[in-house]
Design a protein around this ligand. Structure first.
Ligand SMILES: N[C@@H](CCC(=O)N[C@@H](CS)C(=O)NCC(=O)O)C(=O)O
Length: 287
């Protein structure tokens, strides 16, 4: 990870001391465009979780504190992170979901992409890429969702695996997610948002890549409980955020039984919820 990450991880007092092996590692369609939008509801469990999470969010339910943060004396707790995002953005949802599952309270700044707020000088000073999400924490501005996930896993010592080998697997899958699952995310944008509409050949190409990614994931999950091994990690969080929104790409996840079973397992984890429910809809400071 970047120097900044290591520094923050060192500073994060809630973090347990890394085991010896781990410290060194730190250096270290889709039914082709399924014909109709009625194929939705990726799985009944996801649909149910979405409804439950939406009810919780509507009640303004607070996110539970995870054991690592709750156990630390208040004065030694790491500063409260600020997530700049948009609830409709899968990359931003990944971060909201990770914070929820880590039990970390966070401030939230809504970024209005439709007005171009992400290209304002103020935003670009935080994130040169001019995109959501960006996370502010202890003087760092961290961009790129999967880098943020790795940063948070380091800082809060959760969801990163228990050995150097596991951490390497996690990083591999985070990279794979950006490389391959992004096709499913892209397909979802093309289907959900009129401004991303594309010619049929483009949709077919992206859809084919999304199917290949899901085939690969399904095969892998036939022999692995979670994405990077026996325990859930940030790699599961990253991939789940896209899989849970497959219905918006008109992709029926039930076609991949191992992916479906994994998504259902994932939803039973503490703090797991539908990605939309993990995201505030408007600014939330100190709440
Ligand atoms: N690789 C980036 C992608 C982020 C991204 O594509 N964000 C979109 C929203 S989903 C965005 O901010 N788009 C606005 C723009 O590019 O102007 C990540 O994983 O964080």
């Amino acid at each position: 990870m970047a120097k900044a990450t290591k520094k923050a991880a060192k500073k994060a007092p809630a973090a347990k001391k890394a085991p010896a092996g781990k410290a060194s590692a730190k250096k270290a369609a889709a039914r082709p465009a399924a014909r109709k939008r009625k194929v939705l509801a990726a799985t009944p469990a996801i649909a149910k979780a979405a409804a439950k999470s939406a009810r919780r969010a509507a009640r303004g339910a607070r996110i539970l504190k995870g054991p690592a943060v709750a156990a630390a004396p208040a004065a030694r707790r790491p500063a409260r992170p600020v997530l700049h995002g948009l609830w409709l953005s899968i990359p931003a949802c990944k971060v909201g979901l990770a914070l929820s599952m880590m039990g970390v309270d966070f401030d939230y700044r809504h970024v209005d992409l439709s007005s171009g707020a992400q290209k304002s000088a103020e935003f670009l000073a935080r994130n040169r890429f001019g995109q959501v999400p960006v996370l502010e924490h202890e003087g760092h501005h961290v961009a790129q969702s999967n880098v943020i996930l790795h940063y948070l896993a380091d800082a809060y010592d959760q969801f990163l695996g228990r050995s150097a080998a596991e951490e390497i697997r996690v990083e591999e899958w985070l990279q794979w997610d950006q490389d391959r699952m992004s096709s499913l995310a892209m397909l979802r944008s093309m289907k959900r948002f009129p401004r991303y509409k594309q010619p049929d050949e483009v949709v077919a190409f992206v859809s084919g890549r999304a199917v290949q990614a899901l085939d690969f994931l399904d095969h892998h999950l036939g022999t692995s409980k979670f994405v990077a091994g026996p325990r859930p990690t940030v790699a599961d969080i990253a991939i789940f955020a896209t899989v849970a929104l497959a219905d918006e790409a008109e992709v029926e996840i039930a076609r991949w039984p191992n992916v479906r079973a994994w998504a259902e397992r994932f939803l039973k984890l503490p703090g797991a919820m539908h990605p939309y429910a993990a995201m505030p809809r408007e600014d939330r400071i100190g709440g």
